[in-house]
Design a protein around this ligand. Sequence first.
Ligand code: ADP
Ligand code: C5P
Ligand code: MG
Length: 381
Amino acid sequence: MVVEKIESTLALVKPDAFDNTENIITIIKRNGFVISERQVVTLSKERAAQFYEEHKERSFYDDLTTFMSSGPTLALVLRKADAITSWRQLMGPTNSDKARKEAPDSIRAKFGTDGSKNATHGSDSPQSAAREIAFFFPEYQHSSEFNGQDVREYLTKTVTPLLTTALTEMCRLNPSDPVEWLGHYLLKSAGISAEPAKPSKNIYFVLGGPGSGKGTQCAKLVEKLSFDHFSAGDLLRNEVSSGSEQGKMIGEMIKEGKIVPGHITLDLLRNAIDGSNAPGVLIDGFPRQLGQAGSFEKEVSDFEFVLFFDCPEEEMERRLLQRGKTSGRSDDNIDSIRKRFNTFVNTSMPVIEYYEAKGKVHKIDATMPIDTVTEAILKLF
Ligand code: ADP
Ligand code: C5P
Ligand code: MG
């Protein structure tokens, strides 16, 4: 790989070529230089003498400083990979007569007169570039002079993977404000907490047996209250669709009506909640196990209350078998449904009882028609 060094150099369009400034700038830009600074000055003889101090002992010194103070000069800072060498090549040999013979396309060949009146100046080393730039532009910052290989490596090894992961995650979660979500994600990745700027969220758990209507009612509440809705089951099914090893394991557990290890679901929910900017967040189908409840409260957030959809098994079974005709879900069949009911009674009901004992549960009769259930829920907000 070619190692490129982004450099800054000083370029002067001298008084003899000042009328050709526009042409020279066109050539500069066409050759890929970035003009970072520009300034027109008419140097006094003293300032010209200071600038060319290194030639003080030379016979041409007096003529040179007289010439340089005879009219306006355009001072530029040019930036590009190897700017110092490139600019000197573009200017051509110092003596314009020689330039016309050896490099007829060069700037000095086209716009210069002789050895002193040679149209342009360029710094000859990084040290002189630093001194000469500071002479005309004392405030100029050299700090961000990366080498091209460093930049490429940084982009390939750090920025691209981070952005790929972030954008993939963003598409998967589909947050309500993607730009803000991405901002938080990147800040978090950089170890900068975005928490203080975030308004606190009102979180509601939506629980009930399989088929009790959690998803249906959450969709209604999203519409009415502009809340966000995150279904633990949907997030897990997304993982299954990814086809990863973990996804395969989750797929098996869902078919068997088992509870997926809590840390997996918790991470998915945490990411989703982090990306939400809604005034309220409905967490559907979580916590499904006492351990999940404790972890969420400890690691993610406090919550407002639990909505518990009370529905007899026969009604839930009827709904799920009906749903299974079109849902395409691997667990909407009678075998899986029975297993899910078992898990609900043995593992998930204790969560509801636990929160009931703490006075955090609002029980809803979920056997009523859909809109009646929604009305009953809306009274709680
Ligand atoms: P959950 O998310 O709790 O598993 P869903 O919201 O997916 O349940 O509802 C399961 C099925 O029951 C869906 O087909 C839905 O249309 C239907 N359903 C939901 N609520 C009611 C209700 N109150 N009355 C009749 N059918 C309902
Ligand atoms: O809520 P839903 O019916 O969509 O959940 C489907 C399945 O996802 C559950 O039966 C269970 O296997 C899995 N799940 C889980 N842990 C949760 C939520 C769902 O393991 N907290
Ligand atoms: Mg559901």
